[in-house]
Design a protein. Structure first.
Length: 169
């Protein structure tokens, strides 16, 4: 009975429509868009998992922001524009600020956020990467942690895992 009540409520909230179209409730349209993005991200992550089982990361051409920050032999394997970083439970004396935005680059060695301030996190220092809603939570071995708001967080999680495996981490 509860399922039927939910279905009836959804129909009435949509104005008797079977889809959250132009005349549907804004919250339902937003929820449908979020769900569609999450599903597309999950499909991309699944495809990447399969691809990385047999192929290494493709190397991307570094742009002008990251090129001067790369070490000899280091290359970019993924980029997320307009990433948002917040620190979580930093270690005492940590200099990782809260609320930074910029472009996030993944290399086989590290994650680099380039914004008004540049931050770098070594991949071998990562303890765990987990998904929380539409954000990635990264816990470092030293107890520091960051929350990342990025496009395609599920895919980025797979890309980070593949880079860590390729580097022997």
């Amino acid at each position: 009975m509860a399922g039927m009540e939910c279905t009836n409520w959804l129909r009435s909230a949509r104005g008797s429509s079977d889809s959250a179209g132009a005349d549907g409730a804004p919250a339902l349209r937003d929820a449908a868009q979020i769900l569609a993005r999450a599903q597309a991200d999950e499909v991309a992550a699944d495809e990447a998992r399969e691809r990385y089982r047999t192929q290494p990361h493709a190397m991307l051409e570094p742009d002008a922001r990251i090129a001067p920050l790369l070490a000899a032999g280091e290359h970019v394997v993924a980029v997320r524009r307009s990433a948002l970083l917040d620190r979580r439970e930093p270690a005492v004396g940590s200099d990782v600020p809260t609320g930074l935005a910029g472009d996030l680059y993944l290399t086989p060695r590290r994650l680099v956020l380039v914004g008004r301030r540049t931050l770098s996190f070594e991949l071998d220092g990562i303890e765990e990467v987990m998904l929380a809603g539409e954000r990635l939570l990264i816990v470092m071995r030293d107890g520091e942690g960051v929350s990342l708001g990025v496009a395609q967080p599920r895919l980025l999680r797979v890309e980070i895992a593949a880079a860590r495996v390729a580097a022997g981490g």
